[in-house]
Design a protein around this ligand. Structure first.
Ligand SMILES: Nc1ncnc2c1ncn2[C@@H]1O[C@H](COP(=O)(O)OP(=O)(O)OP(=O)(O)O)[C@@H](O)[C@H]1O
Length: 270
């Protein structure tokens, strides 16, 4: 499931406290992670080497770093989908997670997908319908509510992936390149939505590759050589150092479908 419905705590920190600072709703302390090698004669992959991070209510932070630096690994640990080797994670409130790879069920329709996630969150049918329609309007996928997920284009699938992370009005939102494949209008709508959410007190962490997004973040954490450092925005280390991804949500390597959606698979139809 791409979302965690309630607050949780991993590691050694007790309860859902955040260490005395009321505004901190997500805290990672000393997080370590090494992936074991599948081959006995090769070393494991050291990814995170004692990472500390805090996200406060009402702020949006960027998590940046080169490909393979460990951003998704960190986010999966923060949300509780992956166990760290060391350190602790503390969360308070409801958590929403939009992973890089969507975990939607191909044979469900989009509307059924919302019913499923809504039931998992304990929402009433009315609340699900209300939030679904609002999100479908904001992210422009209302005409696909009766489509099976497997028939959606990459961009539309990602809209649904993001929308189910928002369905239960989370207090903490963790987004791993959430706009991959979005058309430009939806990309802008996404940022408008995040502004509204932070104004209402939602804490948001976004993994980003785009240099142009730097100004959208209250703070930027940069992952390098297993360490996470708060970037002053001047180091030039944001993103991958000059890929097509710098320019926008779909980059230049994706084709666009008739609706302007950036599609990653030309055989997909919606
Ligand atoms: N399940 C796994 N088993 C072994 N190694 C893994 C596994 N998952 C990730 N890795 C390795 O861990 C490192 C960090 O991967 P991760 O996906 O967290 O990086 P990332 O910064 O999110 O990359 P990208 O920007 O390309 O999405 C990479 O070297 C990757 O190959």
């Amino acid at each position: 499931m791409p979302n965690i419905p309630i607050g949780d705590e991993d590691g050694t920190t007790a309860g859902d406290e955040t260490g005395g600072d009321e505004a901190v709703v997500l805290r990672g302390a000393g997080i370590e992670k090494t992936y074991d090698s599948r081959l006995p004669w090769r070393r494991g992959v050291d990814v995170l080497d004692g990472v500390d991070l805090e996200v406060r209510a009402g702020e949006i932070v960027g998590i940046v770093g080169a490909n393979g630096s460990g951003k998704s690994t960190l986010m999966r640990i923060l949300v509780g989908a992956l166990d760290p080797d060391g350190g602790s994670v503390t969360r308070s409130g409801r958590v929403g997670w939009c992973p890089q790879e969507s975990l939607l069920y191909d044979r469900l329709t989009v509307a059924e997908t919302f019913d499923l996630f809504g039931a998992a969150y304990g929402l009433s049918a009315e609340a699900v319908a209300d939030a679904r329609d609002r999100l479908a309007d904001r992210l422009d996928f209302e005409r696909f509510l009766d489509y099976q997920v497997r028939h959606l284009s990459g961009g539309n699938r990602q809209k649904v992936n993001l929308a189910v992370a928002l369905l239960h009005d989370p207090d903490v939102l963790l987004l791993d390149e959430p706009y991959t494949g979005f058309d430009w209008e939806t990309y802008l709508a996404f940022w408008e939505l995040t502004e509204e959410l932070t104004e209402r007190g939602t804490a948001i962490a976004v993994i980003s590759h785009f240099v142009s997004e730097r100004e959208r973040f209250d703070r930027i954490y940069e992952l390098r050589d297993g360490d996470l450092v708060e970037s002053d925005g001047e180091s030039g280390g944001v993103g991958d150092g000059g890929t097509a991804e710098e320019s926008g949500p779909a980059g230049e390597s994706h084709a666009a479908d008739a609706d302007g959606d950036a599609v990653s698979d030309p055989t997909e139809v919606a």
